[in-house]
Ligand binder design. Sequence first.
Ligand code: SF4
Length: 444
Amino acid sequence: MPMTALDIFKLLAKKNCGECGVPTCLAFAMMLANKQTELTKCPYVSPEVVQQLESSASPPMRTVTVGDLEIGGETELFRHEKKFFNQTAYAVVIEDDSDNESIAERAKKLDAMKYERIGIISGVDLIAIKSKGDAQRFSEVVTLVKENSGLPLVLMSDDPQVVEAGLKVVSKAKPLIYAGNANNCAALAKLARQYACPVALYSDDVDELVSLSEIAKSEGADDIVLDLNLGAKPLRDALEWLTILRRLSVKKLFRPLGYPIMLNVDNGADVETQAIRATLGTLKYASLIIFGDLDAARLYPLTTLRTNIFTDPQALIQVNPGLYDIGKPDRNSPVIVTSNFSLTYFTVASDIEASKVPARLLVVDTEGLSVMTAFAADKFTPETIAQALEEYKVAEKVDHRKLIIPGMIAMLKMKLEELTGWEVIVGVKDSSALPKYLKELASG
Ligand code: SF4
């Protein structure tokens, strides 16, 4: 059972010296119990106490780094309780028995599968290189993939010799070794320790997975990822087990399962089935998913879903307030006002782009609220718009004095004109009407 704040407090030095960053030992104990600080911040904890507190002070699920990508590190069962920290990572397989040209081409293609939505860049996160068993060939293909892609890697082989051949080429890039099983767990865990890389452990059976985790830990592998073969199980079973594993990790603090969970959906399933399984994994608790294949048509909805799940529910996605050039505006180009809610900004910006009429977009600080919500909350007012006009020196960049405001806040027109001396034009109510509106404005 995790220690309470009072249990932890009893073990502290009780100097109340504040060196840990909080004024009292009790406050420090409470933060430790809530996983909001680290034990190392108190210089007066004896090694015996460190050992005693270790399990209480360490996070319920380890954060594992693969390349420059972090997975796991989650603390909650439900997103609304706080937030989820590291989004589900997507890996796509390249098999080492293809010809070199196709491998290089596929690596480049996967690397380039990226797009931007509401300011967030999404795409394939890792390449998983799958061996057919030949160490020399594996080493060549790992080199080839590395030369053609900067994505973090998963090295897929049961054979420690093959894995080591790959590790020798890319160990500095911290690839994930996949996967330790009942036969090779100790050997792969040793390699993981030797090359300072994470290792995935695989079993169909949860009890065996627990013992593999204990073996790997005892061999010195700290960064572990667990695969209970849920990518091949019926969806209902997969959902049940994903939930059980997350609960055991974050609520029961069962240390052998306190690691990120992964799904390998590359089990001979067609791309549609893989995408369906990945949807479940993204929604419920998979930190890493390996696909046999993934095309843009499936990647886009998956990453959109992922963004929705992994954004902080308590922090609105916002862009920096300011004056943005859309196209190449000149001193006569229109100035359009909007809020700094990301979705609003990107929608309005892309509708202006679609009009082909260069313009300046004055983004007012509405604390990330959309136009109408900000208006209702008194964050989008004549005063805040006037302030933005002043702050971003709009008058110095244009020769006219005309400001287009969203049609939905037409009621601000008079007060805004009074405050600024600018002519305020009430624009369209819906951003989708902007292209036509701006074209008409420009032509006449
Ligand atoms: Fe207490 Fe240690 Fe913090 Fe000092 S540094 S207040 S002894 S917990």
